[in-house]
Write a protein that binds this ligand. Structure first.
Ligand code: NI
Length: 266
């Protein structure tokens, strides 16, 4: 029996193995007496019936996760949905998918070539969210062709299905009150932050502020040899109390847009 703990542990192990900064940040926090609470796990995929948002969602829904809000990222050509578990100690899950139909014929045909390599019963695999790349490696120039239109398209081609980031809940930290303080601490400890449109995305008015590191650089095997490219990153979220007294649990597409740039080449 593959449990939710199995799935979440597999996602973390895979992510931590390719994101050394994640363990370094967690260790740094632990050494200050902090206990890390994970706000959400984010995943990326292609909008396709074989492994799109709905297919990935099913892997979480069978463990009790429930779909909440939908989001549109117009400029990045993404749609997304977030999921919550009845047990509030479980992380939220944020799944986005690339709206392939809005891209060039060239990009669509490259991605179609990847998708047609996927086996027929893939949706039934309990560990689909951590399956990695379900296709043979592309050539590096093909990856770059994808990047030219969509950094996201290139990321999924290279890395496949896995957690794109885990998110430290600032609300659960005792030694930091604001993201700005946390960002200073991270910078002083040598971490590079995503500064696209400012280090902090979102405002208290939107009930959610987030910041993130730049992705760790990882070695990926392409069809024509290994190359170093951006992998996964760490995110930090501060949530605010809504007028009804509950903590906001959603996401804000308008302000989260630039967070996706944490995996851009810098
Ligand atoms: Ni996120």
């Amino acid at each position: 029996m593959y449990t939710l703990d199995d799935l979440l542990n597999a996602l973390w192990s895979d992510y931590a193995a390719m994101t050394p900064q994640a363990a370094r940040i967690h260790n740094l926090m632990s050494s200050r007496g902090e206990r890390i609470v994970n706000d959400h796990i984010a995943m990326r995929t292609y909008g396709d019936s074989r492994l799109g948002l709905d297919v990935l969602a099913a892997s979480f829904e069978r463990h009790g996760y429930v779909a909440r809000d939908n989001y549109e990222f117009t400029a990045k050509k993404l749609r997304a949905r977030h999921f919550e578990h009845p047990d509030p100690s479980r992380p939220k899950v944020f799944i986005s998918e690339l709206k392939l139909e809005e891209f060039s014929d060239g990009l669509q045909s490259i991605v179609a070539g990847l998708l047609e390599q996927i086996g027929p019963d893939i949706a039934a695999h309990p560990d689909l969210p951590v399956a990695g790349r379900l296709w043979a490696p592309v050539r590096y120039d093909v990856y770059e062709t994808l990047l030219a239109e969509s950094e996201y398209a290139g990321w999924v081609a290279a890395h496949g299905l896995r957690a794109n980031h885990f998110t430290v809940s600032l609300n659960a930290l005792t030694g930091f009150t604001t993201l700005a303080e946390l960002n200073v601490f991270l910078t002083e400890n040598g971490f590079r932050l995503n500064a696209a449109a400012g280090e902090i995305k979102g405002t208290p008015d939107q009930f959610l502020e987030q910041s993130s590191t730049l992705a760790d650089i990882v070695t990926v095997d392409f069809a024509d040899g290994p190359r170093e490219i951006p992998g996964c990153y760490c995110e930090f979220a501060k949530r605010y109390v809504l007028p009804d007294g509950t903590l906001f649990q959603g996401f804000v597409a308008k302000s989260a847009d630039r967070i996706f740039e944490s995996t851009d080449r810098n």
